[in-house]
Design a protein. Sequence first.
Length: 403
Amino acid sequence: MSAPDDRKPLTKLAQAGRKPEWTGMPGQPGAIVSAPVWRASTILYDDVAHLRKAAGSSTHERLFYGRKGTPTAWSLADALTEMESGAAGTMLYPSGVAAISCALMAVLKPGDTLLMVDSAYDPTRNFCEHMLKPYGIETIYYDPCDTARLALHLEDPAVRALFLESPGSLTFEVQDIPALCALAHEKGVVTLLDNTWATPLYFPALSHGIDISILACTKYIVGHSDVMMGSVTATADWFGKIRQTAYLFGQMVSPDDAWLASRGLRTLGVRLKQHQDSALAIAHWLKQQPDVARVLHPALPDCPGHDLWRRDFSGSTGLFSFVLDGGDEAARAALIDGLAHFGIGYSWGGFESLALPVDPARYRSATTWAAEGPAVRLHIGLEDTADLIADLDAGLARFRAAR
Ligand SMILES: *Cc1c(COP(=O)(O)O)cnc(C)c1O
């Protein structure tokens, strides 16, 4: 398929990763639509000369040994690369956390300092504490909303990498990504972003100054709560290092999982649009409820960094939090426990709605989290919003009775 470079993102989602050599057979006319599942460990060669040639090849997408992937995974990686203009390539990992930890290991060495956003996903913080620290890599946490303070941290010559997550996990602060990247690059500091919430569809990270963009594909790329996967997409300056580190750690994904993730990717556009519309309707409804003190959603004007979200993002997705006005742990549990249409569980990004009690104060060190009451994180799935609102309305009644 020869496609011009000015294709819009939705067109790319439909076309990306479908190279004829992955969807057809050599010398035969015709091709199937999507790359099939190629399961392999051993690759057989015609003779020793061909085996040696394959081992010496520097080509990335080439049958060599199962650990280096087959066309099923390459097709998915290629499609994710196409979604990020300015990307040189994408590596795949068995989870989002594996993608984050491998990306950090690729850019840091003992003696370096990492600047980590204080609103980062909790397991990202754990990796810094329990893996980087014992290897002599220091982590300094920074306020997602304080650019001036970050500039001061960047004066430290030991700082090698700046990690961003925007909006932040649980509390959804939006960072000034282009400004922070410009400051970092002035000092020769590499920038990494956990872009799981927006995906490249609503925030193409590399064209906003990010060097290395990370996704927990487990969430919206897969979209059906049935596969764990992560990805790292990088510029030409960094992709070689990212790929080498992934190979050194033996990171790979199963072809069946890659195939499911590719299938999910094709419908990312329509799914995100619906997640966005439904989540906004519910966020606005929650904002009007007297028992709700605050709704933490980047598309609402009072969310920290809302203006940055409007400037930089082309959409919002289905994940946000709200803070109850007073009440305790038991009252919050009364709200959540009786919900009929929301599952209680970790992860998000599937077609189904979820509700989770969250306590952001526990995962902060550079900033403090003070709130009017306990908080709940919602993932708004693809159900009818009228059902979801009625369910939350009954939940708030239980909260009132229990507080
Ligand atoms: C879930 C999540 C991850 C980790 O992904 P897993 O596939 O569960 O390992 C990373 N970052 C964010 C923001 C997440 O929500």
